[in-house]
Design a protein around this ligand. Structure first.
Ligand code: CA
Ligand code: CA
Ligand code: CA
Length: 441
């Protein structure tokens, strides 16, 4: 019994081994599957590739596998897609011959550069007609010729749409200090025919009140989208007079071919780099006073396609331009516990003084934006008993209206021996705009 069982198991095992080579799909002698093992395979390297218009040539590799002992041939030809034959590439055709043991062949196609702005173009290299001992696996490589020519520029100012580069309010947070000078002589002519400029100024200056605003990191925003094409940063940013010194700036090129230069940035505040494509409204840096600058402001200079400076106000390319005659407004006030000798101190004021010694000097300063004939300003120094110890007054005249937007005013007085809480009040056209307490001790 035991012996008979072993024989039966062995017989079953033999049957299983014999059956195992049978293909599950029923393939057998004479089927394609059987033939493939005895044929070479030829294939293009990849189904798609890109080449720069300026590349000169593109190479498509063709590989052969299997049957390495035999010679294999395959035909090839280029096939135009959207690319134009002999204008954008040179057509090719021929036969590749793989000798014994050769596994790779190269097809080189000449790519023709042009200066046209255009869509990317395609063509194909296609294999066909392999020798009888070979089959083609991947037969087509599609090649994309990528355009390298820039879009044509309109050079039309109307294609610009500039957003204001500062946040906040006109006359309070910033004011246009100098417009573009349209007078080619030593005379002055801003875009309204007025004199809110200085001779030879080919940009727009937008000022903040003082270095307090620079130290508070006042952001400047891109007026329009474009590509940054020039930049300098790292230069000293606390200039208070017109001296020759390197500034911090960027220049942005716009789609219409115009460029915009933003200058005088706070040191190391520029957030973009050459080559960056920036969007309208993007934070590009902070206001400063680097370079040829007498105080913190933005110099904003637009140039046309001929690199000639032009006036964005005259061209009316602002989406929402500030008014020409800024209404009088208090930008900031400053208190010094000494007699100010020059308004230069107001550009870079210390924190407002809160203590003054008896019989010592105290100065009340103010930064004013805008103004028209007849506007009045007043600073009152008030004693602890509410009596006015001293008041400074000024009235705007034609002279100020014709000039630009930002003025520093100050008055100082010497307090008496009255200790206690004194006050300074600032008035515009009789309306109190600010007050500040200080202790005389
Ligand atoms: Ca080109
Ligand atoms: Ca092109
Ligand atoms: Ca001039």
């Amino acid at each position: 019994m035991f012996r008979l069982s072993l024989v039966a198991l062995f017989a079953f095992f033999l049957v299983a081994c014999i059956e195992r080579p049978e293909p599950a799909n029923g393939g057998g002698p004479g089927s394609n599957q059987q033939e493939n093992t005895s044929k070479a395979t030829v294939s293009v390297e990849t189904v798609s590739k890109s080449v720069a218009e300026t590349a000169g040539t593109v190479t498509v590799n063709v590989t052969r596998t299997n049957l390495l002992s035999e010679v294999v041939t395959v035909d090839y030809a280029s096939n135009a897609g959207t690319a134009i034959v002999d204008t954008e590439f040179n057509s090719v055709s021929g036969t590749l011959t793989f000798l014994a043991d050769e596994t790779s062949k190269a097809i080189t196609v000449t790519i023709i550069n042009d200066n046209d702005y255009e869509a990317d173009k395609t063509f194909a290299v296609v294999l066909s007609n392999a020798s009888a001992n070979a089959s083609i696996q991947n037969n087509t490589t599609t090649i994309t010729i990528t355009n390298d020519d820039p879009a044509p520029v309109s050079c039309l100012a109307a294609d610009l749409d500039l957003a204001w580069p500062f946040g906040g309010l006109e006359g309070v947070d910033w004011v246009v200090q100098n417009h573009f000078d349209h007078d080619d002589t030593t005379g002055l002519a801003d875009y309204m025919g007025g004199t809110k400029t200085y001779d030879g100024h080919k940009g727009v200056d937008i000022n903040v009140s003082s270095f307090r605003e620079m130290d508070a990191n006042t952001p400047i925003y891109a007026a329009a989208a474009g590509e940054v094409i020039a930049k300098a940063d790292g230069n000293f940013d606390r200039q208070t007079s017109w001296v020759t010194y390197d500034w911090n700036y960027i220049t942005v090129k716009h789609a219409n071919g115009y460029t915009l230069t933003y200058g005088h940035f706070q040191q190391n505040s520029i957030t973009v780099n050459v080559g960056d494509v920036i969007t309208q409204g993007q934070h590009i840096g902070n206001v400063g006073s680097s370079g040829w600058s007498s105080g913190p402001h933005l110099h904003f200079e637009l140039k046309d396609c001929s690199n000639v400076s032009v006036d964005p106000f005259q061209l009316a390319v602002w989406a929402s331009p500030p008014v020409y005659n800024t209404s009088i407004a208090l930008m900031d006030y400053m208190v010094f516990n000494y007699a100010l000798g020059t308004f230069e101190d107001m550009k870079d004021p210390p924190p407002n003084a809160t203590t003054v010694s008896t019989s010592a000097a105290v100065t009340g300063g103010m930064t004013i934006a805008g103004g028209a004939v007849g506007d009045t300003i007043r600073v009152e120094f008030i004693k602890p008993d509410s009596s006015v110890w001293f008041a400074g007054n000024a009235s705007y005249t034609q002279n100020y209206v014709d000039k630009a937007g930002l003025y520093y005013w100050y008055w100082w007085t010497t307090v008496d021996s009255t200790t206690g809480t004194w006050q300074i009040k600032w008035f515009i056209n009789g309306v109190e705009k600010a007050s500040h307490n200080f202790t005389v001790q």
